[in-house]
Design a binder for this molecule. Structure first.
Ligand code: PMV
Length: 315
């Protein structure tokens, strides 16, 4: 089998990927119910492959990511590290015989461990940077499959919603194992996404819910029915009904014990300042939440109130 080799020697090659926010169906989506998520393009991960300086003595493939304090030779990374596994998988999938004599730099404005898919975005950006550097066509579906394998390292049995939304970069109606449909959402969807500042480890929350699956099964099925309704209201541009369903989804997530005091407090502040609905997004117990406003003025008011209460506005 022919192996791929690096494109032009002296060029920097880049790949980018957006964050995502789950509008409806987190957790239930792990158990076969549908989920709706959209990409968030205003926060992104960028991966670049740089050549070494000509006279650099050591030209072993190196990975640098300031946000996680990483600056290490690829060969020295632990084999079990998701990042190392990702690079191994990329090389295998695209027939790259040996690690590139390059520096891989990862930069991201997506908050980590906060429900916005930072892990999947990192994988997708890196795959795209390799595709650019080696000059191969990487279809979104293939990118998504590679990223999905790595999602498994982060949280045991992921639904696949994160890597799908982020790889395709489109709003999706998704069902685990059954694929997805791109859905139409109103162009001016006034979504406010904000960060509680509390880190949340998806695998821990997902594992906890799995251990109590029987207890939560009725709620999971109820969320599934709600997501089907939400798809219709969203595609019809019925903002008020969509907002009401977000509120309802949040209440169901509270029943599943995946909200927390801070999330509840900020979601309430969003509602009392004009949001037509608000809910946590992602794994919960910290991380981000999403609110919907009917018009620009209300959106501004919601953002101002949230900022005043200590939330960090992501979008
Ligand atoms: O916290 P995030 O961004 O990794 O989202 C997790 C979403 C879950 O539904 C809780 C898990 C999954 O695999 O879909």
């Amino acid at each position: 089998m022919a192996t791929n080799t690096l494109e032009k020697k002296d060029t920097v090659h880049a790949g980018t990927a957006p964050a995502k926010t789950i509008l409806f169906g987190e957790h239930a989506v792990v158990y076969g119910e549908p989920g709706i998520a959209i990409p968030l393009w205003n926060v992104q991960t960028t991966a670049t492959l740089h050549p070494f300086a000509e006279d650099a003595e050591d030209q072993d493939f190196r990975v640098i990511s300031d946000s996680v304090n990483l600056n290490e030779k690829y060969s020295r990374l632990p084999d079990a590290m998701p990042l190392k596994k990702l690079i191994r998988n990329i090389m295998e999938a695209f027939h790259i015989a040996r690690p590139p004599r390059r520096i891989l730099r990862i930069e991201s404005t997506i908050p980590i461990a906060s429900g916005l898919g930072s892990g999947a975005a990192c994988s997708v950006a890196i795959i795209r940077a390799f595709a650019a550097a080696y000059g191969f066509e990487a279809e979104d579906s293939k990118i998504s499959d590679i990223a999905f394998e790595i999602e498994k390292c982060y949280h045991g049995a992921p639904s696949g919603l994160d890597n799908t939304t982020i790889s395709f970069g489109k709003p999706v109606f998704f069902r685990k194992g059954k694929g997805f449909e791109v859905i139409h959402v109103p162009e001016k969807l006034r979504l406010i996404v904000a960060d509680t500042g509390l880190k949340s480890i998806t695998s821990e929350v997902v594992t906890d819910i799995r251990e109590r699956y029987q207890q939560f099964e009725p709620v999971i099925r109820e969320i599934g029915r709600l997501v089907d309704r939400a798809r219709v209201t969203l595609e019809n541009g019925d903002i008020f009904e969509t907002g009401a369903l977000m509120d309802e989804n949040h209440r169901l997530l509270q029943k599943m014990t995946v909200s927390c005091e801070k999330l509840d407090e900020l979601v309430q502040i969003a509602r009392s300042n004009g949001a037509v609905g608000a809910k946590l997004t992602g794994a919960g117990r910290g991380g981000n939440f999403v609110a919907l406003a009917d018009n620009a003025l209300d959106a501004q008011r919601v953002k101002a109130a949230l900022e005043k209460s200590g939330a960090k506005i992501v979008r």
